[in-house]
Design a protein around this ligand. Structure first.
Ligand code: NAD
Length: 353
């Protein structure tokens, strides 16, 4: 057996339909009295439910979370937390909301209770990101890892089918890259394979019937596993490309992941045969890259970067940026091959067998 290091991240996860109701107990468990609720909206049904549940423990609501955590928004939320004397931050929403909660925790050390409503997985990681003057910086810090996460699939029933599918593919991408991570280990690989299985079987059902609670539960379970995989291993070329495309071209996060994933897998296929075999097994197919492409097509997802706002002229810049500071990757990251990968993703071509 190859040597490895397994470093489990300390986070309490509570899983079940209707278990948002346990939120007051979890706040009590942390000894908190003045909760700042963070969300993308101040008035959504989910925020109202949290407000009702917490009653007079709500110190305030910050409802302006935005993708990629703009610095000005982070500062405003931090100010609010300070002025209110908040002693806990409850985030209810997707990766953008959790990202803002993390920005608050980074400077205030407030404990986070996270209630995720998408499949992005940020709630299971100590990775934070902030964007200032068009530049996104990311880092890892134990202070931003939520203390408690409540996974209640009922809250995901309102996530539109198309967003559910793209967000689920984003989670599959975490699992896929964890399987060939330079710092991977057998525990995370088991979780990652199971995550791909859970997501790839539940997402097609959700796309047909977004109200299926059983499929929603299975997808959220997969997203939890994917979040652990993301938080515990170093991501590779696929995530690097998506960060570049999101940061420099402002492409939508989840859709960018779902389009690039089959092509990044094709790039790495022959350099990571064991990981590819596990991805294929989890998908129930023979070939991982084409299996992922077919899954995206079955889910009705956009398959081409040109259809989500990418410019053809930008491809070279993106390839160069990815090659200048690559993440560790099973196959050497070379300009011509990376540009070819991006051109395939731009056109939405099927990866070759
Ligand atoms: P998001 O949080 O931006 O949500 C997308 C949209 O869906 C928003 O308009 C939101 O209001 C809406 N939404 C969320 N849940 C909903 C629900 N249940 N019903 C109806 N609408 C709902 O998107 P995301 O893909 O979850 O997160 C993307 C962001 O998260 C990116 O900025 C990405 O960089 C970050 N991220 C960070 C990490 C990390 O570890 N730090 C991991 C994954 C993603």
């Amino acid at each position: 057996m190859n040597p490895f290091v397994y470093n489990g991240l300390p986070c309490r996860a509570i899983f079940g339909a209707g278990l948002l109701a346990q939120l007051p107990e979890e706040v009590e468990r942390l000894g908190a009295r003045r909760v700042l609720i963070v969300s993308t909206s101040q008035t959504s049904l989910n925020v109202q439910r949290v407000e009702e549940l917490l009653g007079d423990r709500v110190a305030g609501i910050y409802g302006k979370a935005t993708m990629h955590v703009p610095f000005a928004i982070a500062e405003e939320a931090r100010d609010m937390a300070r002025k209110l004397g908040a002693d806990c931050c409850v985030t209810i929403g997707g990766g953008s909301t959790i990202g803002l909660g993390k920005a608050v925790a980074l400077t205030s050390n407030l404990p986070i209770i996270s209630v995720p409503t998408t499949y992005a997985g940020s709630e299971m990681t100590s990775i934070y990101g902030l964007t200032n003057a068009g530049m996104k910086t990311t880092g890892r810090d134990a202070r931003v890892l939520p203390k408690t996460v409540i996974y209640d699939p009922v809250l995901t029933l309102t996530l539109p089918s198309a967003l559910s599918a793209a967000s689920g593919m984003n989670a599959i991408a975490h699992c896929a890259e964890a399987l060939y991570a330079h710092d991977g280990n057998p525990i995370i690989s088991m979780m990652a394979e199971e995550g791909i299985r859970a997501l790839s079987t539940s997402l097609p059902i959700i796309v047909k019937n977004s109200a299926c609670l059983e499929a929603r539960s299975e997808a959220l379970y997969g997203a939890w596993l994917a979040g652990i995989a993301l938080g515990s291993t170093g991501m590779a070329l696929h995530h690097k490309l998506c960060h570049v495309l999101g940061g420099s071209f402002n492409l939508p996060h989840a859709k960018t992941h779902s389009i690039v994933l089959p092509h990044a897998m094709r790039y790495n296929r022959d350099a990571a045969p064991a990981a590819m075999a596990r991805i294929a097994r989890a998908l129930g197919v023979d070939d991982a890259p084409t299996g992922l492409y077919n899954l995206g097509a079955k889910l009705g997802l956009t398959l081409a970067l040109k259809d989500i706002g990418m410019t053809k002229e930008g491809l070279e810049h993106a390839a160069k940026t990815a090659c200048n500071s690559p993440y560790p990757n099973p196959r050497a990251v070379e300009f011509a091959a990376t540009l070819a990968l991006l051109s395939d993703a731009y056109e939405g071509r099927r990866p070759q067998d």
